[in-house]
Design a protein around this ligand. Structure first.
Ligand code: HEC
Ligand code: HEC
Length: 226
């Protein structure tokens, strides 16, 4: 898949009359910082140039997420299997090669390190949902079963949740419950979200948000990963 992305980037570079893959990367950076001049506004005005996003506004972190996952989400906004009044028109204004190059740009950014906040240790409900699930009462698998150890993500299908903003995680779980997001393969996330109530969603989002993002996982102490 990385090879495919690389080849696509080369194709983009030649379409734009630019030389080599470094220029395709610059293409992604240009969209992120200046927009594409055709209706896709600069991504950094919301997601920041380093892809950190913004908790208070519900703008997700894009830094360090899988490039194919990011490109697939842009396509989902474009085709309407994922609905959002802000992102839908922006995604529709991007061409296929632009989606790939801007996804590659943000995937290559280092996820910012967020220190573990006090209070996470007491979040027993969030921790149990994330790490154990609730098979006995409601056939609910643990989030980490699909999203990987420490919620660092698995390949292009299961996005990293560690260090993602709590406000955004909550919004997505609610979007699945309400049917605004229908792009999950096999309805896997809809099935999970439907089994969570509002207090579960708050607790599990708060727990996942303070786990260090993949690039900072080595800083995770043994006790945190239990
Ligand atoms: C005006 C603010 C704004 C701008 C500008 C913006 N975004 Fe977004 N973006 C959002 C919001 C809000 C969401 C969350 C949407 C939702 O809840 O589904 C989002 C979600 C996303 C996602 C989904 C992330 C995930 O983890 O699934 C991707 C990918 C994305 N944006 C890429 C971009 C790109 C690329 C650009 C620039 C071309 C861009 N965005 C510009 C506000 C913005
Ligand atoms: C059976 C597998 C599975 C389980 C269990 C699971 N997820 Fe997911 N999750 C997925 C898949 C697949 C996606 C990607 C959907 C897509 O392609 O849009 C996803 C995406 C997400 C996203 C969107 C992330 C983003 O960047 O937009 C959030 C938030 C999320 N899951 C939260 C959770 C939480 C919280 C739990 C536990 C309560 C959980 N998931 C359990 C499979 C799973």
């Amino acid at each position: 898949m990385r090879k495919f992305l690389f080849l696509s980037s080369l194709a983009l570079a030649s379409t734009l009359g630019l030389a080599g893959p470094a220029s395709a990367e610059e293409g992604g950076q240009r969209i992120a910082t200046q927009g594409n001049g055709k209706g896709a506004t600069a991504c950094m005005s919301c997601h920041q140039a380093d892809g950190a996003g913004l908790e208070s506004a519900g703008f997700p972190r894009l830094a360090g997420l899988n490039p194919d996952y990011l490109a697939a989400q842009l396509e989902a906004f474009q085709t309407g299997t994922r609905k959002n009044p802000i992102m839908t028109p922006i995604a529709k204004a991007l061409s296929g090669p632009e989606r790939l190059s801007v996804a590659a740009y943000y995937a290559a950014q280092q996820a910012p390190y967020k220190p573990l906040s006090a209070g996470v240790a007491e979040n027993a409900r969030g921790k149990a949902l994330a790490r154990v699930g609730d098979w006995r009462q409601r056939d609910l698998p643990a989030c980490l079963q699909c999203h990987g150890p420490n919620a660092a993500g698995v390949g292009s299908s299961f996005p990293a949740l560690a260090g993602q903003h709590a406000s955004y995680i909550q919004a997505q779980l609610n979007a699945w419950k309400q049917g605004d997001r229908r792009n999950d393969p096999g309805g896997l996330m809809k099935a999970v979200a439907d089994k969570l109530d509002a207090a579960d969603i708050r607790a599990v989002a708060a727990y996942l948000a303070v786990l260090p993002a993949a690039s900072a996982v080595s800083a995770l102490s043994a006790s945190d990963s239990q």
